[in-house]
Write a protein that binds this ligand. Structure first.
Ligand SMILES: [Zn+2]
Ligand SMILES: [Zn+2]
Length: 417
């Protein structure tokens, strides 16, 4: 079995892996790196591509897939939840980046038409390979991918074994495998206990609102925004909570198929308590009283968050609580570290409270190590989806601590297992 890394090696973004066995060629993810202009993985010959298997809907895993449908129509496998949310995200990506792209809605339609939805632990055959999805615990519908030929490969995609409000964490019963491709985002640090972070977040929201302020929580539309409203509901947050942007449609999808939501009861409670922002009038209403506004984009790079932010940052009673890691250079990171709101149209100081609460859907150091401890000693570990130091740190650890063969490959490298 041959494994070629096409993107996402020694970097976060544009994840793509090509697996070839006998006459069968498949891709695991085909994402995009969202810098000033989109960057895609290395090109693939689509003529003899049998299928694409998508781990989850986030654009760093899905954003390049329409490229594969310009001239061909390979089969695409994923969970139904990933299909619905990926369609939302890819359409939004086209809207924002149309000038840079070689594809448009036509290719997305072709992509959806060629999708076969599969559920966890239901193996399916692609040519000479047998493929199976396993819960990844990252966002609803997310999967790890097991590929069986003469050897067995597991690709974790983005995963976490930490229980969150919506998900119980990744399935780690992987058995005897010959190779693991594992994400390395947080290879360098442990996450704080989730419950401490939740309590601190809810307390901070209460303080701002009870002091007459408004809290803007910029959050990714798929996964994080719904987790945030679930956290507030789980801690009986009594004040108004508003939800805006694509996060609303995603919540609808989540509530319509609870096979993908372990904490469905809390999510339903959260949904009942949430006020859904409708149109301009809704936004004015949301800003008119103390409360929490949860909305994309997660790093203030666009979305309705940019409607609220200019007013919120001027008010010293109000707050912006960033709910995730902020990539350097994004408006969210600049606000956090320089205390200014800087976008294409605005550049002004922030008088409001600015804080970061790093809720994560990725395994931290301890979870990555525990995952690898379960692997048989003959297995090869490939690390990816992390800054170069993180990928190297995790593969070194697998070698030195566990005696596994560990590699942090570069894009373009090919391995045979
Ligand atoms: Zn992800
Ligand atoms: Zn990712």
């Amino acid at each position: 079995m041959e494994i070629k890394f096409l993107g996402g090696a020694l970097e976060v973004g544009r994840s793509a892996i090509q697996v070839t066995y006998k006459d069968t060629k498949i891709l695991l993810d085909y994402g995009v790196m969202l810098n000033d202009h989109p960057e895609f993985p290395l090109p693939v010959e689509t003529k003899n591509l049998n299928a694409v298997v998508l781990s989850h809907s986030h654009l760093d895993h899905s954003g390049g897939i329409p490229l594969l449908y310009i001239n061909r129509t390979p089969k695409l496998y994923m969970t139904s939840m990933t299909r619905d949310t990926a369609e939302l995200l890819v359409h939004d990506f086209i809207k924002l980046s149309a000038n840079y792209l070689l594809f448009d809605k036509t290719e997305v339609e072709k992509m959806i038409r060629n999708t076969k939805t599969v559920y966890y632990r239901e193996p399916f055959t692609v040519g000479d390979l047998e493929v199976e999805l396993m819960d990844a615990g990252h966002i609803p519908g997310s999967a790890q991918i097991i590929v069986n030929g003469d050897k067995t490969l597991v690709y974790t995609g983005d995963f976490t074994t930490v229980k969150t409000r919506m998900l119980d964490g990744a399935d780690t019963t992987i058995g005897d495998v010959d190779a693991v491709i594992i994400e390395s985002t947080y290879a360098h640090e442990d996450h704080r206990p989730r419950i401490d972070l939740e309590k601190e977040f809810v307390k901070a929201c209460r303080e701002v609102v009870e002091n007459g302020g408004r809290v803007l929580v910029p959050a990714f539309s798929v996964g994080r925004a719904q987790e945030i409203i679930s956290i507030l509901a789980a801690h009986n947050f009594k004040h108004p909570v508003w939800l805006d942007g694509m996060a609303k449609k995603t919540l609808e999808y989540y509530l319509s198929d609870k096979r993908f939501i372990d904490g469905a009861e809390i999510l339903e409670k959260a949904s009942r308590r949430t006020r859904f922002v409708k149109g301009k009038k809704g936004r004015i209403d949301a800003l008119s009283e103390p409360g929490v506004i949860v909305t994309p984009a997660g790093m203030l790079k666009g979305g309705p968050a940019l409607y609220y932010a200019p007013e919120i940052v001027e008010d010293e009673k109000s707050a912006v609580f960033l709910a995730s890691f902020q990539i350097p250079g994004t408006p969210g990171e600049i606000l956090l570290n320089q205390g200014r709101l800087v976008t294409d149209a605005i550049n002004k100081p922030a008088n409001c409270i600015v804080k970061q609460f790093r809720f994560s859907g990725h395994a931290g150091r301890a979870q990555l190590h525990d995952y690898l401890r379960k692997i048989e000693t003959h297995a090869h570990v490939f690390t990816m989806h992390g800054e170069p130091e993180m990928c190297k740190m995790l593969s070194d650890w697998a070698r030195n601590e566990l005696g596994l063969s560990g590699t942090a490959p570069s894009n373009g490298q090919t391995f045979t297992i």
